[in-house]
Design a protein around this ligand. Structure first.
Ligand SMILES: Nc1ncnc2c1ncn2[C@@H]1O[C@H](COP(=O)(O)OP(=O)(O)OP(=O)(O)O)[C@@H](O)[C@H]1O
Length: 284
């Protein structure tokens, strides 16, 4: 795996996404407590933390599925805390899900097209009135998908295959394709390499780096594979019990004893890394 852009190269620009003092509770359970961090444009930012730390809750709050009881989320300088999820997607927050959320009986192409529909200007009623515009949009949609995303993710050979026939690694790639079809400014990836073998993980890491380098898409991911997080990320945010316990460049986070304690009860992140790699190998 290689990192193509210098780390920390984007830290002076105004943040693309700003999460500020976000608190979220489910009944008596505080999933997030005063969480704050910024995502710089063009960066790869990773959120890590032990099971139950609040990573999925945070992702759901940023993408608009949950509304925080306190705090705010700003995207491109605009407060989006009260904006519904579909509108956030149209504004440029595209995401994938931890457990594959593809339509298994549908083809790869149809699944990807569903992502792009978030952006179509034409709704059903408009379509009846402005049939020509709808057709033009459909044609543009197909071209965009076929020429850019499918080629880019090297899934041309499976475009007409039902998703159910694909390996897990390919399904995750299709999910990324669907998120990209939303033309996001921030691509939010929820555990992009979970359950993948080493080769699939390295392929996905390459796609993540390329999507940033070639398309200028900013990446925010939740990921358990510590090796990948440390190799790819410009900025790492560590959650534990719903709070940010450390954040910074990978080397700083890796050296933080509290991060090690949060995972293992020791200060040894290298051990954690080895364990996670072994677990990923065993799952393959
Ligand atoms: N819908 C919900 N209702 C009630 N409690 C929830 C809900 N979602 C999450 N929680 C609780 O909030 C806390 C944070 O959970 P969350 O799933 O966000 O953690 P996570 O870091 O994503 O965990 P994992 O790595 O296992 O996916 C946990 O205590 C969890 O039990």
């Amino acid at each position: 795996m290689e990192t193509t852009l210098a780390r920390g190269a984007h830290t002076t620009a105004p943040p693309l996404l700003q999460v500020d003092s976000v608190t979220l509770a489910f009944g008596g359970v505080r999933a997030l407590s005063g969480v704050g961090f910024a995502v710089q444009p063009g960066s790869i930012t990773a959120v890590i933390g032990p099971n139950g730390a609040g990573k999925t809750s945070l992702f759901n709050t940023i993408s608009g599925f949950y509304r925080p009881s306190k705090g705010s989320i700003r995207f491109k300088g605009q407060d989006i805390t009260r904006i519904p999820a579909p509108q956030r997607a149209r504004m440029g927050l595209g995401r994938s899900f931890q457990n594959i959320a593809l339509f298994r009986g549908m083809t790869v192409l149809d699944n990807i097209k569903l992502g792009r529909h978030a952006h179509l200007q034409t709704n059903v009623f408009d379509a009846l009135l402005y049939w020509g515009r709808a057709r033009r949009e459909e044609a543009e949609l197909r071209r965009d998908i076929e020429e850019r995303i499918i080629d880019f993710l090297e899934i041309d050979h499976i475009r007409h295959a039902p998703v159910s026939a694909l390996s897990y690694g390919l399904q995750k790639r299709v999910e990324m394709a669907r998120a990209l079809a939303m033309q996001p400014e921030i691509l939010m990836l929820d555990e992009p390499v979970a359950g993948m073998n080493r080769e699939e993980t390295e392929d996905m890491a390459r796609f993540i780096l390329d999507v940033r380098a070639e398309w200028g898409v900013t990446v925010l991911m939740v990921e358990h594979d510590m090796g990948m997080v440390m190799d790819l990320s410009d900025h790492v945010v560590v959650l534990n019990f719903g709070q940010v316990i450390a954040q910074g460049v990978p080397a700083v986070v890796q050296a933080d004893p509290e991060v090690g304690r949060a995972y293992l009860g020791s200060g040894n992140v290298d051990e954690l890394r080895a364990k996670l790699r072994a677990a990923a190998g065993a799952a393959a």
